[in-house]
Design a protein around this ligand. Structure first.
Ligand code: ARG
Length: 267
């Protein structure tokens, strides 16, 4: 995670960002501290990267790259405003000592567009990550990649429209092209379908640890749907970060374990 010490909205690269609307950095910091505390209270270890002045979106650590087992691929951002975040996350990964660390060749906004779903990777394209990045990621991690087309600019990253649960997903079909929505329906017949209201507060931008689901407190129907499936939703308030188009998942770059056929972690 990356504390929002330099958070502000000084440019607009998605429809949520309005540079004329003031942001309260003190509140953003307090809310972010709350998310970190919520993770730690439930047994998750949080590592932080040093925030860099002039990179207000660096708080959205999910975009920094992808980490699976001992391999890490750092991002290549689509917009020049965020370009310098790629090397910053790369340096952190290199210093962290993963066995293989590479910088993406293709435009790739990390976990923003790549969701690790068991033994496959779901990958978004249309606004940020290039389709060529899907192939590159599949090769680098040796996992099959399912490409999905995003069509609504409010849901510009895959993680704004789809959340991986234990062995299924929750998603918002209207964010996807017809063929991609049909593909998801076929792959995940038991998926949770989010309401318009919940999608529009970025309710799908959450993190599931197999039991807890950390997500905005505002996605009330989704909380009920998750509870009905046996998950424990943990409501988080990140209203200041929502002004930049981000929520819980955006603030979180997960270090995924390698899943074996039996589903147990190997590191
Ligand atoms: N303002 C940031 C951007 O537009 C928000 C990124 C949110 N991150 C995410 N993983 N969806 O790039």
């Amino acid at each position: 995670m990356c504390r929002p010490e330099h958070f502000e909205v000084t440019y607009a690269i998605n429809p949520w960002m309005d540079t004329s609307e003031p942001v309260n950095r003190a509140l953003a910091l307090a809310q972010w501290d709350g998310l970190r505390a919520a993770y730690e209270a439930r047994g998750h270890r949080v590592e932080v990267i040093e925030p860099v002045a002039g990179l207000p979106d660096m708080v959205f650590a999910a975009n920094g790259g992808l980490i699976i087992g001992d391999r890490a691929l750092s991002a290549r951002f689509a917009n020049p405003e965020r370009e310098a975040e790629g090397p910053a996350y790369h340096d952190w990964m290199a210093a962290r000592g993963f066995t293989a660390v590479a910088a993406a060749r293709e435009t790739n906004e990390g976990e923003g567009d790549f969701a690790i779903a068991g033994e496959r990777i779901l990958a978004g394209t249309g606004f940020r990550s290039a389709r060529g990045a899907h192939e590159e990621v599949g090769e680098f991690f040796g996992l099959p990649v399912v490409s999905l087309d995003l069509v609504d600019p409010r849901f510009y990253h895959l993680d704004t429209a789809l959340m991986v649960l234990d062995d299924t997903i929750a998603y918002y079909p209207a964010a996807f092209s017809g063929p991609s929505a049909r593909l998801l329906a076929r792959l995940y017949p038991d998926a949770i379908i989010a309401t318009d209201e919940d999608a529009n507060v970025l309710g799908l931008n959450g993190v599931c640890d197999g039991y807890h689901v950390f997500l905005t407190e505002k996605a009330t129907e989704l909380h009920e749907q998750l509870r009905a499936r046996g998950y424990e939703p943990v409501g988080i308030d990140l209203s200041e970060l929502l002004k930049s188009g981000g929520s819980v998942k955006c603030c979180t770059l997960e270090m995924h374990q390698v899943r074996t056929a039996t589903g147990s972690g190997t590191d």
